[in-house]
Ligand binder design. Structure first.
Ligand code: FE2
Length: 545
């Protein structure tokens, strides 16, 4: 399963290209494929109820295209095929990532009443300008009708992160073509644009973020996923977010195991929180970094009333706001105190920054038991590149581990590499060989730490020239400023060591289980039996099976 190699994979790039792959800004934009021609599309929403009309916006150099829609679950089921649909090239505004593409609808269709809730992949095919085939993918969610669903899991796709990482059009919440010099990340991003390449479909051999090799001694870390993206024409962020890298692995696994699973986007948490009430167990997976205040209210209320939330996900980091009925997402992030109007408003709690910032005052731990700022990176760059690949277990007797045969000191999920590349943690102490939340950690009452690994907020290495650092000390400085109020070296030194945990706690009449790692789903994908068993234990317990 895990390669024992200590050789970085070679995707045929020169050293200059490898540097550009990691530090450069490359993205999808209309016209990028030149003579070959292109086809792109998006839908007018992330999720639709049965009976709704889906509007498909298409821009293509070809005059006609074919369409196929496939439900992507335990099996692939084709639900709609059409040929000879008309398309045309549509003008796209320069700042489409921010304001949306604004394309006219090319084709619309109805979500049939017998299409089960789930993820529906849209594939468009056409003839390129030079006669070679061109294609594109998109994805929409069919959400369930509200109502009591005993025995059914509700999976909430991490669509806030999909929006944030989408590189299409040039700007996302990481890099961008906004600002006077067209070099800043966007503080507002639109869902009205295609998904970047690799968010919907990926080849099986696409590298994940955490290093699969044992990094050689005293050599600067490399980034196989970004090198592969650059060499193969995929989004720089394909491995950071999206259905293909994250949510799909849980959804398909759960259906193959025989679980009934309904799927919603985070928009349902925000706009239709009552949808949660029909379920005994709600699940969050993957890289799940961006939430609104209202989404958290939905989960908190659900758990208080007796709901069970299982989060197999990492990086609960930023508060966002939604605008225009959810079509646009706002997150000022590192610039929130300087630029976000909410910070200077009468109610600064809605500032789009870190959940732990004083002006927001709602640490992630209050909902899911862990904070992103007490965790962070492991398994890539100069942040624990040779770190634990699973969760070191401290309380093997917990019900979640039943039947695994795991022991104190074992590493849960090492085989499937479940621990990385961003993890969530808490400040802690270890006494008598058992970790507990530190007194001022903000952990909910009754929280038990079942497993605990190390992570880092800061890339520090004598082997990586400062100019070549990808992660650098930017996050550590931001967290120091956010938590303590200054970002000097002494403060950075205090906060730079993070953790990543599995925790469990009661809340009101309900309960929360949280394995705080983006890569939990990678271990499901790789068939790590122990991770599969723990996941099933949690689902069964919460579904009253
Ligand atoms: Fe993240």
């Amino acid at each position: 399963m895990m390669e024992k190699s200590n050789q970085y994979p070679d995707f045929g790039l020169t050293p200059e290209q490898r540097r550009e792959a990691v530090l450069g800004h490359y993205y999808e934009y209309p016209g990028m494929d030149g003579e070959g021609g292109e086809i792109w599309c998006y839908t007018d929403a992330y999720a639709y109820p049965p009976g709704a009309t889906v509007r498909l916006q298409v821009s293509s150099t070809a005059a006609s295209f074919s369409l196929e829609i496939v439900r992507d679950g335990a099996t692939e089921q084709s639900v709609l095929k059409r040929d000879g649909l008309a398309a045309r090239w549509q003008e796209t505004p320069d700042q489409c990532s921010v304001i949306g593409c604004g394309w006219e609808t090319s084709f619309e269709f109805k979500v049939e009443e017998n299409w089960p809730s789930g993820a529906y992949r849209v594939t468009l095919r056409a003839e390129g300008s030079d006669g070679t085939p061109i294609h594109c993918h998109h994805l929409f969610i069919v959400r369930p009708i509200a109502g009591r669903k005993p025995g059914c899991v509700l999976h909430v796709a991490a669509t806030g992160s999909w929006t944030s990482y989408n590189t299409w059009g040039g700007s996302n919440h990481y890099q961008g073509i906004t600002g006077p010099n067209r070099d800043q990340y966007a503080t507002t991003v639109s869902i009205e644009r295609p998904f970047c390449r690799g968010f919907v479909v990926l080849p099986a051999d696409a590298p994940r973020v955490p290093l699969e090799i044992y990094a050689p001694m005293a050599v600067a870390p490399r980034y196989p996923h970004m090198e592969w993206a650059y060499a193969n024409g995929y989004s720089k962020k394909y491995a950071s977010s999206g259905w293909a890298s994250y949510d799909s692995h849980f959804f398909r696994w759960a259906e193959r195991q025989g679980y009934a699973v309904d799927l919603v986007s985070q928009h349902e948490l925000h706009f239709n929180p009552e949808i949660l009430d029909g379920y005994d167990c709600v699940v969050f997976v993957g890289h799940d970094e961006y939430w609104t205040w209202e989404m958290r209210d939905a989960v908190d209320t659900y758990v208080e009333r007796g709901g069970r939330a299982a989060r197999f996900a990492g990086n609960f980091m930023w508060q966002t706001r939604l605008e225009d009925g959810g079509k646009r997402q706002v997150c000022y992030k590192y610039r929130s105190r300087a630029e976000d109007p909410a910070y200077r408003s009468a109610d600064p709690t809605r500032t789009s920054g870190s959940w732990e910032a004083a002006e927001i005052g709602r640490p992630g731990a209050a909902t899911f038991g862990l904070n992103a700022t007490r965790g962070l990176y492991v398994g890539w760059g100069g942040c624990a590149p040779r770190g634990a690949r699973g969760f070191p277990v401290y309380r093997p007797e917990h019900w979640a581990f039943a039947g695994t045969g795991i022991y104190y000191g074992d590493i849960l999920g090492a085989e499937g590499h479940a621990f990385g590349y961003e993890v969530d943690g808490l400040d802690y102490i270890i006494r008598g060989g058992l970790p507990e939340p530190a007194e001022d950690s903000g952990a909910p009452k009754g929280l038990e730490i079942l497993a605990l690994g190390m992570s880092s907020l800061k890339e520090e290495s004598a082997d990586i020239p400062a100019d070549d650092q990808f992660l650098s000390d930017a996050d550590a400085k931001f967290v120091a400023e956010t938590l303590i109020g200054d970002n000097g070296p002494a403060t950075v030194e205090r906060i730079k060591r993070g953790s990543g945990m599995i925790v469990n706690f009661p809340r009101g009449k309900g309960e929360v289980f949280h394995a705080g790692s983006c890569e939990w789903v990678a271990a499901l994908k790789r068939g790590d039996a122990m991770v599969e068993r723990v996941t099933a234990n949690v689902l069964n317990h919460y579904l009253n099976r």
